[in-house]
Design a protein around this ligand. Structure first.
Ligand code: GDP
Ligand code: MG
Length: 300
């Protein structure tokens, strides 16, 4: 019997320079078009999706875990805890070559987190002699906070397959959260398309959402002023559906756009400009090329 599929969100957290990006690229296997860090209001941001047979691992960033002190301390701690509770697994990454025990700030942050937490002690290729690793593992074990403590080398790949196995085993049984297309280089686009589709479903009547698809044409980050500029096309099959989606004087499309934009702003934690257009493409559901273009053909 094939086991039930697993899928979930995994947060990679840790101090700067410990190798989080290197590990992400190693685990996901493709270089990601990483959008620059969002302001602190961000709860989670998808940074990569790994599709495996029977499992999908969605990696997210939850910034702020290392911010210290100040009047906002308590609020920050709560925000981080909430963000970390939104995920299914937290992986704390640290630099094993420092030989340092877990950062007390991080341990304090993790106190409120109810999800499983792994420790990835990275850069073991720099640990010499190897016997230095054992006392380090012991100090991390002593905190009793980590479900797994894995010595790894993200740049060489040591133990990274085992880490991925442990991650998958810790995820809930769940069908894939995103389409498993061959191009996961900009997973944000899947999310945007899903949000727009959801609003279509909410605001229009039955016929339309099933006969529709959303393609994100542009997702660009502007620095001055900070915002995301998103252009997306809604594909429908008939002129009559196009008229429904646009609505009288464009009212329906504005409603869909406003609701989608609000969700996207909450998710990305940044102002969003969302431009939607509606296009008729007959029988797109039966056309393999169109399906592939729209990212619907599953490749793994
Ligand atoms: P981040 O700030 O946590 O995202 O860290 P990066 O992934 O940008 O890595 C910081 C530095 O550590 C880079 O120069 C990496 O090449 C290096 N690095 C990452 N992983 C390893 C590792 O396993 N071994 C060694 N020797 N260097 C690593
Ligand atoms: Mg990084």
């Amino acid at each position: 019997m094939t086991p039930a599929p697993r899928a979930g969100f995994v947060a990679l957290v840790g101090r700067p320079n410990v190798g989080k990006s290197t590990l992400l690229n190693r685990l996901v296997g493709v270089k990601l078009a990483i959008v620059s860090p969002r302001p602190q209001t961000t709860r989670t941001r998808i940074t990569g999706i790994k599709n495996l047979t029977g499992a999908q691992v969605v990696f997210v960033d939850t910034p702020g875990i290392h911010e210290r002190g100040g009047a906002l301390h308590e609020l920050m701690a709560k925000t981080v805890a909430r963000a970390l509770d939104d995920v299914d697994l937290v992986c704390v990454v640290d630099d094993a070559s420092d030989g340092r025990p877990p950062d007390p700030t991080i341990l304090a942050r993790l106190e409120r987190v109810r999800r499983p937490v792994f420790a990835c002690l990275n850069k073991i290729d720099l640990v010499r002699p190897k016997s230095r690793l054992l006392p380090l593992l012991e100090t991390w074990q002593a905190s009793r906070r980590f479900g797994e403590i894995l010595p790894i080398s993200a740049s060489r790949g040591d133990n990274c397959d085992r880490l991925l196995d442990c991650v998958v085993a810790a995820l809930p049984e769940h069908p894939p959260l995103f389409p498993a297309t061959s191009t996961t280089d900009q997973p944000e686009t899947f999310f945007v398309a899903e949000v727009v589709r959801e609003k279509l479903f909410v605001f229009t009547r039955e016929e339309v959402p099933y006969a529709s698809a959303v393609r994100v044409e542009e997702l660009a980050e502007r620095v001055e002023p900070p915002c995301l500029v998103i252009r997306a096309t809604i594909y429908v099959e008939q002129e009559s559906q196009k008229a429904i989606v646009i609505g009288l004087g464009g009212r329906m499309l504005r409603q869909i756009g406003t609701a989608a934009r609000r969700d996207l702003e909450t998710f990305f934690g940044i102002k969003v400009f969302l431009a939607l257009t509606v296009t008729v493409r007959r029988a797109w559901r039966k056309n393999a090329r169109t399906l592939r273009e729209l990212g619907f053909l599953q490749t793994s």
